[in-house]
Design a binder for this molecule. Structure first.
Ligand SMILES: NC(=O)c1ccc[n+]([C@@H]2O[C@H](COP(=O)([O-])OP(=O)(O)OC[C@H]3O[C@@H](n4cnc5c(N)ncnc54)[C@H](OP(=O)(O)O)[C@@H]3O)[C@@H](O)[C@H]2O)c1
Length: 391
């Protein structure tokens, strides 16, 4: 496994990393020494003699962070923030904010640079909270860090948001909550199934925002191959590139990468594919066997319902993970990447941010992907489909 680094200022080049033993001085990539490097570990060990021997993050006082990174051109791993402000499904409370901020900082430090949010995230009085928190956390970054991030929000096509100007106020409100750090705006879901006339004027309005330079990139979400082609074509006629499509994609929702799925259209048209709920709300991070503790509320119901049918997949994930000495969730995320999709994983703790960053370094072998493809295809465990997903 080759190593690359999230490079600190004091390191000049990339290549294989060699790292001094704990407590010693660090030798940076390409052999430059990193003065005064007292290495502090993540939770597991270790790199020795330039070879990766297990999940680890090493960090010295000048924030020299080494994480394993695949040498291939696989998509990265992004961060989802649905839980930030969601009391109903994720049990959010404002007391979690310091941990969320620490999670955000750690993710940024470790090179997770894509953050996904939405104007509808946050339940009840916490409406808009995910964007507000993200905006507040971004305000604590320096200019260089800020520039390295892509913050993408999704605007909901609520029934009262109509016409080309239908998103104008929502866009301005998201901009405000995000403190101006908004790089990509996405249509949250397709209205093709229930109000097909609503969607295009809204997208035209967003395209206009891109043409006016008010936002750099445009994406869509919950769209199938037929609709995606139409939208791509119409935007192209208006001179606007469609940057990304975000759909549910995991081993329990593999439709996008099945034959005739939307992934092929993305590949053909040069649209980035983003996988949401890549861990099936955390279910695919578990080991097979007894269910153990379940989350409160609707997530718990889902875990109980899918626990038996998901066992063959969890067993395969655990076997592959143990073979590589990595946790199962890293295999589940890398299955998405092996299909050309960037998983956006929901994170809310520092430990989860560190684990997600480490997962970047463990691409699957073809045979492993194929084994998981087969299991996913014939599995009876399925995540509920998004009701707005269009054809
Ligand atoms: N476009 C759309 O319509 C749409 C729909 C849904 C989601 N999304 C986006 O996709 C993002 C991700 O999806 P998601 O939040 O639904 O679910 P997910 O990424 O499939 O699962 C997230 C959960 O997995 C668990 N987890 C994360 N890292 C872990 C680790 N290292 N070890 C063990 N467990 C770990 C955590 O649960 P615990 O914290 O409970 O441990 C976490 O909250 C969302 O945040 C959102 O940005 C978009």
């Amino acid at each position: 496994m080759s190593l690359e680094a999230v490079r600190p200022q004091c390191w000049q080049s990339t290549g294989s990393a060699s790292v001094a033993p704990l407590g010693g001085a660090g030798t940076g990539l390409g052999g430059e020494s990193c003065a005064g490097g007292l290495w502090e570990t993540g939770r597991t060990t270790l790199v020795s003699q330039g070879r990766w021997t297990g999940p680890i993050m090493a960090l010295d006082p000048c924030r020299c962070v080494v994480t394993p990174v695949a040498s291939s051109s696989l998509p990265g791993i992004g961060v989802g923030t649905w839980a930030w402000g969601n009391q109903f499904l994720w049990g959010y409370s404002p007391a979690q904010d310091p941990e969320l901020e620490a999670c955000f900082r750690r993710a940024v430090d470790l090179g997770l640079h894509f953050f996904d949010t939405a104007d509808s995230y946050g339940t009840g009085s916490f409406n808009g909270r995910s964007e507000s928190l993200l905006g507040r956390f971004c305000a604590g970054l320096n200019e260089q860090q800020l520039r390295s991030l892509t913050v993408a929000t999704k605007l909901a096509p609520f029934p009262w948001r109509l016409g080309r100007a239908g998103y104008d106020r929502a866009f301005a409100a998201s901009q405000r909550r995000l403190g101006g750090k908004l790089d990509r705006v996405q249509l949250h879901w397709s209205t093709a199934r229930y109000a097909p006339w609503q969607e295009q004027p809204l997208l035209d309005g967003l395209a206009q925002l891109v043409r006016q330079g008010k936002v750099a990139e445009l994406g869509v979400s919950n769209m199938g191959p037929v609709r995606l082609r139409q939208v791509h074509q119409r935007l192209a006629e208006r001179g606007v590139k469609l940057s990304s499509l975000q759909v549910q994609l995991s081993l329990l929702a593999p439709e996008a990468v099945a034959e005739g799925g939307v992934a092929a259209v993305c590949g053909e048209l040069g649209i980035d594919l983003i996988a949401y709920s890549p861990l099936a709300l955390g279910l695919l991070a578990r080991r097979p066997g007894p269910l153990g503790d379940v989350p409160a509320g609707p997530r718990g119901l889902l875990f109980r319902r899918l626990w038996q049918p998901v066992q063959p997949l969890l067993e395969a994930l655990a076997t592959i993970a143990d073979h590589h000495g990595i946790p199962p969730f890293a295999v589940a995320l890398n299955w998405c990447r092996s299909h050309g999709a960037m998983p956006i994983v929901g994170l809310r703790t520092v430990a989860q941010a560190e684990a997600a960053a480490t997962a970047v370094g463990f691409p699957l072998q073809d045979s492993e992907r194929q084994q998981l493809d087969q299991l996913a295809r014939f599995s009876t465990a399925r995540m509920p489909a998004n009701p707005f997903q269009s054809r």
